[in-house]
Design a binder for this molecule. Structure first.
Ligand code: XMP
Length: 515
């Protein structure tokens, strides 16, 4: 399959370049800047993109690239730091600016260039850089300028382009056109990337790797592990696929039934559902500190999981995981040694996962996919919309959404209220616009009047945020009418809730969850 390789210098938008290219239908892969690009590694590669970076080319430890990369004869597009590196390595001059250029910046184009086909001069680009190009490297010609410094240049004979702005960022006008011009017009890559092809190729790899050995997958109920399960069932013999789902009692209303029904519909034959509510609520008794609760839930999870896996008696088996491409990159596997890893991997391995990893018995069928691709794959595999588009849900579940001590009674109240909230969001067509929405049961009672009596009900907080990855988040700006109606529905139907409030805090400074 034709592909474009993105060389990663640790820029925060490096992953976005890959996503955008794949959205255009070209397979794109991210490689660390310090991997060697042998002839073999360049098979099927149609072009190279050099990403941005938090470094300056002059800084100690700045990530460099094997200069042979620039002599492969393949078209090269340097973005931001990538452009500066091309310039610096080839005899031009990069200078630090006094003021960082950040945000929207119009670019004046001079003449025609294949990278800017269909892009008008004066288009508004998106910049984020401290250094800029002072003098172009020999052989380069200026193509576009912003605020008196080079915004784009090319070396026609070397098939190299450099741009100071970020076409991958959605605020950059004509960003997709520029990337499409590079991929199709310049690299002549074919539009071959599709979920059908992924399924066929990865399915074949998976079959070859595991043969007839059993494969065990731990299902959390989230999108990734459920789609991984669907993929295993589709590509392997369903009799060799063992699925394990632990119902902690801290799940939402009907959640476990829905996951089980979805997987059974896909032909799961060995679906082991463990009902462990009593064990989880047992260890939560008397705990009110959030970190103590998290630890208790995590430890119990490991205990239940190990006992169950033992009782399955699978002998020699592979463990499958729903790891995504972004998890690999974020855990530092995809970036070079010097790159700034901005988020450490959150899927902390349990002893079982670690042991299997050391034995080389882990399969990760989604490891080359971005989240939106996983959703597309889930739809293709026939999973219902309610699973494929489910909002993220934390591992400790309602254990950290019932603030303070967790009891069955409080979980039931929260489940009932949250169900109404989420159903209303779906009914009003708002669910998919929101990145994550949920309710929190506060450990306070507030006074209310119903009829002639005063009573003391729980306070329920509603949360809804928009975000890209959960690292930062904005409050979802509900029309007041929706909030008023949802609040009345909850207080009318859930007797134990006397008052509903809406959380209007962004992240930062608040976090998305309350605990
Ligand atoms: P915060 O609250 O840190 O949440 O802004 C960011 C994202 O992470 C989820 N989250 C967790 N996920 N175990 C998890 O698996 C946890 O302990 C945990 N705490 C928060 C949260 O739901 C949001 O999507």
């Amino acid at each position: 399959m034709d592909k474009i390789v993105i060389i990663d210098f640790g820029g925060q938008t490096c992953q976005l370049i890959g996503r955008r290219l794949r959205e255009l239908g070209v397979y794109a892969e991210i490689r660390p800047h310090d991997t060697s690009l042998s002839a073999e590694a360049l098979t099927d590669v149609k072009g190279l993109v050099l990403s941005g970076s938090p470094y300056s080319v002059y800084e100690d430890g700045a990530p460099l690239v094997d200069e042979r990369v620039l002599k492969t004869g393949l078209p090269v597009l340097g973005i931001c730091y990538g452009f500066q590196l091309l310039t610096h390595l080839q005899g031009g001059e990069v200078r630090a600016q006094r003021v960082k250029e950040y945000g929207r910046a119009p670019v004046t184009l001079s003449g025609e260039n294949p990278l800017f086909k269909g892009v008008p001069s004066g288009f508004v680009s998106w910049m984020s850089h401290g250094d800029s190009i002072h003098r172009l490297a020999p052989g380069f010609e200026l193509v576009g300028e912003s605020d008196n410094h080079p915004a784009a240049a090319w070396n026609a004979s070397a098939k190299a382009w450099g741009i100071q702005f970020h076409p991958e960022v959605s605020h950059c006008e004509f960003g997709n056109t520029i990337l499409a011009n590079f991929a199709f017009g310049i690299c002549d890559a074919r539009k071959e990337w599709s979920m059908d092809l992924y399924l066929a190729q990865e399915g074949e790899k998976l079959r070859q790797r595991v043969g007839t050995t059993p494969v065990l997958l731990l299902i959390s109920g989230g999108v990734d592990s459920t789609v991984a399960g669907a993929m295993l069932l589709k590509t392997l013999d369903p009799d060799q696929v063992h699925l394990l789902y632990v119902d902690t009692g801290l799940m939402r209303l009907h959640e476990s039934d829905e996951v089980v029904a979805g997987l059974e519909k896909l032909g799961a034959r060995h679906l082991n559902v463990v009902h462990a509510e009593e064990q989880f609520l047992g260890v939560l008794k008397g705990l009110s500190d959030p970190e103590d609760k998290r630890k208790a839930i995590g430890d119990m999870f490991i205990q239940v999981q190990e006992a169950q896996v033992k009782s399955l008696n699978l002998g020699h088996y592979f463990l499958a995981q729903g790891t995504l491409y972004t998890d690999l990159i974020e855990s530092g596997k995809g970036v070079g040694k010097k790159a700034h890893v901005i988020k450490s991997h959150h899927n902390v391995g349990t002893p079982l996962v670690e042991a299997k990893r050391q034995a080389g018995l882990i399969v990760e069928p989604l490891e080359m996919l971005y989240k939106d691709e996983v959703r597309a794959l889930g739809e293709k595999l026939g999973l219902p919309e309610s699973i494929v588009w489910r909002h993220p849900f934390p591992g400790p579940g309602l254990g950290i959404r019932v603030l303070g001590e967790v009891t069955r009674e409080k979980c039931d109240i929260l489940r009932e209220a949250d169900w109404i909230y989420i159903q209303e969001l779906k009914r009003r067509g708002l669910y998919r616009e929101i990145w994550q929405a949920f309710s929190v049961l506060l450990p306070v009672h507030s006074v209310g009047v119903t009829g002639d009596t005063r009573d003391y009900g729980y306070v329920l907080a509603l949360r809804a945020v928009v975000s890209k990855d959960g690292m930062s988040a904005d409050v979802y700006p509900f029309p007041m009418k929706d909030l008023l109606e949802i609040s009345s529905l909850i207080t009318n139907q859930v007797k134990a809730v006397g008052r509903v409030v809406y959380d209007i805090s962004s992240k930062p400074p608040a976090t998305i969850e309350w605990e």
